[in-house]
Design a protein around this ligand. Sequence first.
Ligand code: BES
Ligand code: MN
Ligand code: ZN
Length: 485
Amino acid sequence: MDFRTQTLAAGGLPAVAADALLVVMVGDGIPASLDAPLAAAAKEAVAQGDLVLKAGRSLYLHRVAGLKAARTVLAVAGDGSAKAFKAAVAAGVTAVKGLGVRHLAVACAGSEALGEAHAEALVAAVSDAVYVYRATKPSASEAPKLERVSLLCAKPEATVLQRGLARGEAIANGVTLARECANRPGNVCTPTYLAEQAKALGKEFGFKIEVLERKDVEKLGMGSFVAVAKGSEEPLKFIVLRYNGGAKTQAPVVLVGKGITFDTGGISIKPSPEMDEMKYDMGGAASVLGTFRAVGELKPKLNLVGLIPACENMPSGTATKPGDVVKSMSGQTIEILNTDAEGRLVLCDALTYAERFKPAAVVDIATLTGACVIALGHHHSGLFTADDELAGELQAAGRQALDTCWRMPLDEEYDEALKTHYADIANVGPRAGGSITAAMFLKRFTAKYRWAHLDVAGTAWKSGAAKGSTGRPVPLLTHFVLSQA
Ligand code: BES
Ligand code: MN
Ligand code: ZN
């Protein structure tokens, strides 16, 4: 898709030549600056009750008198924020979905000026609205014909908006890659598939890719990671991605993504309903790949490392049993009381592996706990860190990217829950505060660097009628990485 700005003088909307014109109206009335033919159409629609001037509402109009564009959509944005603008654009694009629109022009009326964040939000909304999954269903409804989106603006804004569009496109490409990986079923998106995706990215953008096999991680002493993979016949992979955009001496940011390509629970097997959704349990890994995709395009001046411990969690005659004790790469022994708490078991060894990079900061991303979904629902990802500064940076990145996280507690008191007679640490505590004890478990492996954990169990995918990967938190992570350059 081609996104670009198009400069327009005041009063120029009637002459815009596009297949459809989307006018985002900011405020709670019809903007006074709106061009006469549009103002007349909007006024009439409001009078007839067809258009309600409430945020999120939109109306499709065919051949408005006095306009060159054959199709018009009026979309109401509550305020002038990027978030409201994004919602209005999403409603507008949905209104022309399935029509013969190849070129869509988008204008905003009623607010002072659009900024970089609006341009970025526009791309996110359009890209999200036109995405169709076809990998295992080629007959899926045809994608919209949309090829080109022009953001109409005044001349002085154009440079800034162009920058926003470019960043939005890079992030949207990363989000789409993450969605494409996570939406693929477990029999297609295997650890080997994830490794192949990483290698393909490496080839396209010049990343260094290394894939460790079972014998390699055994040699490193990753007894915890291996304990999860043991029940599966699908070979495990430990994927290392490196982007070198900074000076050699510059400490890298490290992203660690949980890559469980299917989570049955293992011997502590999960109930059947909705178990298919555990194909999304590699959402953290997908977000690392997606962020690398965005970084490859934006080329910030910093060094970035991605680590993906990938395997299946399966029950079998060779699977780990509840009560088994294993030794992690850190030397700490772990009593695996519940084989369904496998995410932390693969992450802890990756977190120890991260030490060798002497990182500036490490962020892990994982669909880690059902408890996080209970705590926060599906809007914010859970953020866990003892580092206030890092927390602030990740929260700010989330706000800028419209991909937010909410900070959760991580006090030492919660560590009690992980004590056991049989090993240095147990892999589960009681049900209460389950997302926090999971984070406390990971914290034990992160003493050597600044660290934060994102639990994306509630945000990485949607259930129900709109079932599918969201590609979150690629936007948050990309903004965070850019902020560290
Ligand atoms: N992948 C799941 C977490 C999950 C469950 C995410 C449901 C989204 C929806 C994780 O591996 C898991 O099974 N966690 C357990 C931990 C428990 C055994 C302490 C959970 O949340 O139930
Ligand atoms: Mn599990
Ligand atoms: Zn899991």
